[in-house]
Design a protein around this ligand. Structure first.
Ligand SMILES: [Zn+2]
Length: 51
């Protein structure tokens, strides 16, 4: 049970935009440091380097 601020920053960390098609998607928390696949075009989206 985190506080409100934790919840907001967590939501921001989970948002990732596909560099290929621009589709913004939510990444599961446990995969935020892994490369995920775009739900729209299938392109691989690497984790953000800053944090
Ligand atoms: Zn895409």
């Amino acid at each position: 049970m985190g506080g409100i601020f934790y919840g907001i920053s967590d939501a921001l960390l989970r948002k990732r935009r596909c560099p290929k098609c621009g589709k913004e998607q939510v990444v599961p928390r446990e995969k935020r440091r892994e490369t995920v696949r775009c739900v729209k075009c299938g392109n691989e989206i690497p984790p953000p380097t800053n944090r």
